[in-house]
Design a protein around this ligand. Sequence first.
Ligand code: GDP
Ligand code: MG
Length: 295
Amino acid sequence: MVHRCGYIAIVGRPNVGKSTLLNRMLGQKISITSRKPQTTRHRILGIKTTPEVQFVFTDTPGLHRGSRHLVNRIMNRAAAGALEEADVILMVTDCTRWTEEDDYVVDLLKSVRAQVVMALNKVDKVKDKDLLLPQIAAARDKHAFADIVPVSATTGLQLAELEQAIARYLPEAPPFFPEEQVTDRSERFLAAELIREKLMRHLGKEVPYSTTVEIESFEEEEGLTRVNAVIWVEREAQKAIVIGKDGRMLKRIGQEARVDMEHMLGTKVFLQTWVKVKEQWSDDERALRGFGYVE
Ligand code: GDP
Ligand code: MG
């Protein structure tokens, strides 16, 4: 029996469902999701092992055009690096909308050597599946995709077919990672991400992009994990928004993050959060290093 193993870079414009798709294929939440673009800031490995195949996915931050801020440039660098190293590229698109940003992604694919499989996502939103056929034809005109598979990341529809399509183009190789390993990131890192997810979901339009989360301590005791986290913002006014009236926003964010952490860790979690101001962390190389953006 041949064993296949390789790297799959997941690319696509923001909001098409890349992180949702990855979490669903892994059966575990390792990449945070929200309706807002730029939710994914870090490159995260997601590993799925079956008897015949080990898939090593990289969920990349969306590719951003004309990035002014250092944090965006670093995100682009991470995405470009993943494209060069990939054995297979999985381009995710939203079947309800093709945009110029999708064309921008297709343009980038022209210069890579790897085969590209396209996941036409969110087909649960389309009642009449015949409507997908012209879209598949249109996509074929734009690029020589190795395969195009209509899927739904939220319902799980056709994900087995998608995995088969990807596996076909992976090289013959032994597994790179132990079979029980699901990601290269620590629980401590994932805990910070879960808090950031709640910030992305609950804060208005601007503030979440000016926040980041740092785990100050992460202590595991018998059946209990104690987590102290700092939410960094850039201005006093943002601090007030994160805390909310009578502390209600921070309480809600903390409660929801705690529930997710308990799920992930399988222990009770005691979570304490503080909000602190550090001006312009998103343009400060040293601060970014501290927050895990620079490897
Ligand atoms: P990313 O920016 O490409 O990583 O997108 P996310 O995974 O964060 O998803 C963006 C939004 O699309 C979220 O609100 C998801 O719940 C939603 N979404 C993702 N996949 C599907 C899908 O298959 N069907 C539907 N209806 N919504 C989806
Ligand atoms: Mg994402």
